[in-house]
Design a binder for this molecule. Sequence first.
Ligand code: SF4
Length: 507
Amino acid sequence: MEREHFIRHLPPDIRAVVEEEDLLPLGLLRRLHRAYPQHSGLVASDDHFFPDDQRYVGIEGLRRIDEILRSHGIDIGHMPERELFIHVYRFMATSHVLNSINWRAFQQDPLYHLVIPQPGMIPADVTEAYLRATSEEERQRIVAEHRTRTNPHDGKQKLNKPWFVDDSGTTQILDGSQHKYPQCQLIFDVETQNCFAFCTYCFRHAQVRGDEDMFLQRDIKHVHDYVKRHKEITDILITGGDAGFITPERFAQYIEPIIEDPEFTHVRAIRLGTRVLTYYPQKILRRSYDPMLALLRRLRDNGIQPAVMVHFSTPREVLNPATVAAIRRLQNNGALIRSQSPIMRNVSLWLGPDGKVDVDKTAQNWIDLANVMEMLSIGFHSMYCARPTGEHHYFSAPLAELNEVFRKVYRSLPSIARPFRHLSMTSSAGKISILGTTEVGGQKLFALAFTQGRNPEWIDKVFLAHYDEKENTIVHLKPFDSDKFFFEDELAEIEAKLEQFLTLYEG
Ligand code: SF4
């Protein structure tokens, strides 16, 4: 197969960069395509329905997509149900992700479920009431009521806001930051409150929807003042929204003092949390991205690791020429790429006809993804379960069945391709992993451990919970041999103190 078969759809300016920097060696493309033809979108197809560099936004955007698909004889149907979802959350898709969907079999395509709202995502009773409503006012009321049930700040994230006392003795709260685990500070920068496309299962929908109480970091000096006072911070994670939106000018304002000032020698990695590689890899492949690449190199050359945290959950989103080229361009400029990968129904988790998780099919998706990532030198950071936010009922599955998937993935992979952690779920207490199951006195139990905790002393201490075939949320599991988990009293104390402090200063 010749090179042209792969790169036919790349626009001329991107082709020039790809050729000049040798981002798509033919041997790599052939090998990836030959290994995973069932997932590959590497060979340019004729189903390139959406013109390059377009974004389809809101209800109008979805209607336009529907119109384009209809002109090619494809009917996705269920528009009122899809529009209800958009009223509650938001909608946006890029031409890149839309062209990555195999429209000839769209119902089975994970990316279709990742970006296009589906009937069933909003609970049936709400959908029925909405469809029956006879006035716009009634519809708006149903949407507003449902929105209040979407639990935007799960895991008590508001308690993670850090503060410090400045040189004049004034307490400064960082409104766009979270510092829950000692080593890593999260920044929700003012420039990164946007996404390239919206994921249907978004667990940051307060940010995406623009809720009044979203996290928003405007003042970079506050971040520096705080980090200087906290020598335990080694990693700064810029997130959002999507850190892919940060401009080189603003990124330089964050990193230059960290590079130059010896007070920041404790900082060893700057991470960018982004889905640009899934939704808009073209951004990385244009000359206009060169200043950002120069900053990544500058970090690397000063002993600070630039890391791009992606969220791949299916080989389909990796195996296209623009994404592969963008991965290589980032890596060639010093970035480490690591995937924190969500396991979500219809995207990276499937049920069988009996309504239970299809362990073989689901595990195979993850095994293939892990192998593709290994071939592209992407670290498999973790697999994590749907958090109780947004339409959790739709995307989640019982932990017992997810554990079966994880076991199969883990034992099928060579050690360097395995996820670095066991399957985990975030809660206010921290990230809790399911290590597996065990038996004590004839009782089947889950063995659990923190991989991150509000108190780092909790990390890696194995604790037990009763096995439950149906439960889909780790913190709802029942402790074994006691009425509470070992950390619960301390957690309540920590939360109460944080709450008290923030109420005092924020009102
Ligand atoms: S990229 Fe992140 S913040 Fe944006 S929609 Fe997806 S999950 Fe939500």
